[in-house]
Design a protein around this ligand. Structure first.
Ligand code: EPU
Length: 330
């Protein structure tokens, strides 16, 4: 068995039967793709056990930039590191993704859960995605509409068997710098992309642990959608509850706030804990076992349920011995 410690940002010492680095889709055509899991940098996964199959690590790192009349079309391999990609774009005056700076992981993993930060979601800038279907061995292109992007979701996450290997992503990016500064806490007077990128890198570093030093997978839970009557009840005690009204009449509520007010910020159980500066992040405090992470996550859920009658669901994808596991079944 091969050690996956460097393939999951939680830094858990779990093992897989085999690991294959995919630099070209021709390698996939020759593979028996049964019992495989696709990984980028492993920044959004939790392994609860050793995996009995093969890990396919996306290492396709091609890049092409085409200048059009009023925008750029940039096609990038799924294995390119997202932050390196954004750094390169900013250095070439290609704009749009600055708010997503410093998010760990690869470009290919980003559309799966439509990663978002500081008022921008990656799906907003994607025009199409090339995939290799591990089941049928066919290559095809999904346009933006086919991808069904929504809050931390897409067709890639909804798919039951998740057999799409994302080979390339094509972005539609701006020639003109039009900063998105609506998120509270962003200064309104930023007028160049490098400054915006640096600002984002700094605020992330203040709130979020760097997986190079503290094992974590970013936000562990999604922000829940809550009906108005429940919101009003919570506001009786917490007037400052951060809420974001949705088109369907529900409200997206900050899970970090709920976890914090349920008394779970900066706690430790066994070798795992929640981050003191952002309760939504579960951390490996050093040599944690998968069980430590799962048990603190379940504990946080119970506290939030007891205090607010709200169910939290993980943003991270969970894998066990023979593949993906549903949170409800853990
Ligand atoms: N808050 C607390 N206590 C906490 C954490 C947060 O009171 O322990 C409050 C904050 O003061 C703030 C509100 O909750 O008023 C929201 O917090 P924050 O701005 O940090 O955003 P978030 O909703 O917790 C989301 C994303 C992050 C993303 C940030 C910034 C999700 C699940 N998380 O966090 O994404 O970086 O917004 O846009 O949507 C990730 O997905 O891994 C991730 C880090």
């Amino acid at each position: 068995m091969l050690n996956l410690q460097n393939y999951n940002t939680f830094g858990l010492r779990v093992y897989a039967k085999n690991i294959m680095h995919i630099e070209d889709i021709k390698q996939l055509a020759l593979l028996d793709t049964k019992d495989t899991i696709i990984l980028g940098k492993g920044s959004d996964v939790l392994f609860t056990e050793d995996y009995e199959g093969t890990i396919l690590v996306n290492q396709i790192k091609t890049l092409s930039i085409e200048e059009k009349n009023d925008h750029f079309e940039v096609k990038v391999g799924g294995g390119y590191i997202l932050d390196d990609f954004i750094d390169l774009l900013v250095s070439k005056n290609i704009y749009g993704l600055e708010n997503l700076s410093a998010i760990p992981g690869t470009v290919g993993a980003a559309p799966i859960q439509n990663v978002g930060a500081y008022g921008v979601e990656i799906g907003d800038f994607i025009s199409s995605i090339d995939v290799y279907d591990l089941e049928t061995k066919l290559i095809f292109t999904l346009n933006k509409k086919d991808c069904k992007f929504s809050y931390r979701n897409s067709i890639f996450k909804e798919q039951k068997d998740r057999r799409y290997f994302i080979t390339h992503i094509t972005f539609h990016l701006n020639k003109e710098f039009k900063p998105k500064l609506t998120y509270s806490g962003l200064p309104k007077d930023i007028n160049n992309a490098k400054d915006l990128r640096d600002f984002i890198i700094n605020i992330r570093a203040l709130k979020l642990p760097d997986p190079k030093f503290v094992g974590n997978a970013g936000s562990f839970f999604k922000n829940p959608f809550v009906p108005l009557d429940k919101i009003e009840k919570i506001q009786e005690e917490f007037k400052d509850l951060p809420i974001y009204k949705q088109d369907n009449g529900t409200y997206k509520v900050s899970a970090g706030f709920l976890i914090d007010k349920a008394g779970c910020r900066g706690i430790t159980h066994g070798k795992a804990g929640t981050w003191a500066n952002q309760a939504l992040v579960i951390v490996n405090r050093g040599d944690a076992k998968p069980f430590d992470i799962v048990s603190i996550a379940k504990y946080v859920c119970i506290c939030v349920k007891n205090k607010f009658d709200i169910d939290l669901y993980p943003e991270v994808r969970i894998y066990g011995r023979s593949g993906e596991i549903l949170w409800e079944n853990l």
